[in-house]
Design a protein around this ligand. Structure first.
Ligand SMILES: [Zn+2]
Length: 123
């Protein structure tokens, strides 16, 4: 089971909720921007072109924010289930320093490193 104290767990939960709100806000803002751009394009078709990069950037941001949002949601779910702070790979507690730096980490540092080195080792 988790070695985190209830107080710390509560603090991590607050942190994750704040992060989730931030991400939700930025995703919403990007979506708003995109629909505004689209309306602008429609009203101003003669000037079309040249804004593709801007939309690409928006999509990328959405992709990144969306992926992070999923991780944050997963971490909050783990808190509810009482499995937060446990490595998904070796089932040992994830280091506190790591959790503070990356509140939605799902693996301990050694498993993460092993995973990364096996990925780069494929070349
Ligand atoms: Zn591990």
């Amino acid at each position: 089971m988790s070695k985190l104290s209830p107080e710390l767990l509560q603090a991590m939960k607050q942190e994750l909720i704040r992060k989730r709100d931030d991400l939700t806000r930025s995703v919403t803002r990007e979506l708003d921007d995109m629909s505004n751009n689209e309306a602008h394009h429609l009203a101003d078709l003669a000037d079309a072109g040249g804004d593709a990069n801007d939309e690409d950037r928006s999509f990328r941001l959405l992709e990144i924010s969306g992926a992070e949002l999923e991780q944050v949601e997963a971490a909050l779910e783990k808190i509810e289930k009482g499995t937060y702070g446990i490595c998904e790979s070796c089932e040992k507690p994830i280091g506190l320093d790591r959790l503070k730096a990356l509140p939605f980490a799902t693996m301990c540092i050694s498993c993460k490193r092993a995973e990364e080195s096996s990925e780069s080792g494929r070349f």
